[in-house]
Design a protein around this ligand. Structure first.
Ligand code: GDP
Length: 286
């Protein structure tokens, strides 16, 4: 079920994250490598202010590696480390740990100088729904743990999940934040990558947005996948052509809805290749 965010939910989610911040050393902010800006909460800087932060570009296996490199450079700043990870296949987890250790190095060095043992790094994973929080916690723990979000009215004792190597401990309830739906482009990017359910926005609109983006960013991959010699400039025509190529005709016309579903399905299942729908340059960050 899609999570609907209302002002009350937002305030509550924010309160829950703020409470947890008191317990931890490092915030691990998970975003989708294909849409790193759209898949983050715009208030995250403010909510987590003062805590060292590790930004994890997850699902890097599905994103364009060149664009991911650009994001790694663009997002890096003081007190912020950035790593690309494929949690599903346990790739990049070493860099993730190294990133967290870098953030804590000065503090830990000082503790060691005073003869104190810094112990494992305590971390909280936060991110919008579907970005891979549960998957990452399970991979870092090296075992399957039933991850539940915070339920309204249920106060549960926080548990620490020890990581395989002992370098880190994670809070067992990740912080769930909300994406910013007010911006339509953000909605389309999240819908295209499957982060939000199709019911929230019109399916045809999502597919049209997607086909136009693919045309602009990955024309060769689009041609190859759908065996197209040329790409019509117009998005509607392009989507119709794709439908026609796949025989999605009913009553003599291309079934636009079926063509829309097909395109989105193929994108989400990596049939069109590794695709990023957002670059630092789009946000004037490059
Ligand atoms: P959560 O809502 O943030 O806890 O997200 P989940 O951990 O439930 O993941 C949502 C979906 O994304 C699941 O189908 C995962 O298998 C998938 N997923 C998570 N991480 C990755 C990744 O790095 N690569 C790929 N390809 N899929 C991933």
């Amino acid at each position: 079920m899609a999570i609907q965010w209302f002002p009350g939910h937002m305030a509550k989610a924010r309160r829950q994250v703020t409470e947890k911040l008191k317990l931890i050393d490092v915030v691990i902010e998970l975003v989708d490598a294909r849409v790193p800006q759209s898949s983050r909460n715009p208030m995250v800087d403010e909510i987590t202010a003062g805590k060292p932060r590790l930004i994890v570009l997850n699902k890097a296996d599905m994103a364009d590696p060149v664009v991911t490199e650009a994001w790694l450079r663009a997002l890096k700043r003081e007190e912020v480390e950035v790593v690309a990870v494929d949690a599903k296949h346990s790739k990049g987890l070493k860099q993730l740990i190294t990133g967290a250790q870098k953030l804590m190095k000065e503090k830990h060095d000082r503790m060691r100088e005073k003869g104190r043992n810094p112990g494992p790094i305590r971390a909280l994973i936060i991110g919008i729904p579907n970005v891979g929080k549960s998957t990452l916690i399970n991979r870092l723990a090296g075992r399957n743990i039933a991850i539940t979000g915070d339920r309204p009215g249920v106060t549960k004792r926080q548990q620490w999940i020890k990581m395989k190597g002992g370098e880190m401990e994670l809070l067992d309830t990740p912080g769930i934040l909300w994406p910013k739906f007010e911006d339509q482009l953000v909605g389309y990017r999240l819908a295209a990558t499957g982060a939000i359910k199709d019911e929230i926005l019109n399916l045809d609109d999502i597919a049209l947005y997607t086909v136009r983006e693919l045309h602009a960013r990955y024309p060769e991959q689009l041609k190859e996948r759908f065996k197209l010699e040329t790409l019509p400039e117009d998005g509607v025509e392009l989507l119709e052509l794709i439908g026609k190529k796949r025989g999605l005709i009913s009553g003599g016309y291309v079934d636009f809805e079926k063509a829309s579903e097909l395109l989105l399905n193929e994108l989400r299942h990596e049939k069109i290749g590794r695709i990023s729908l957002e670059t630092p340059a789009d946000h004037e960050m490059a």
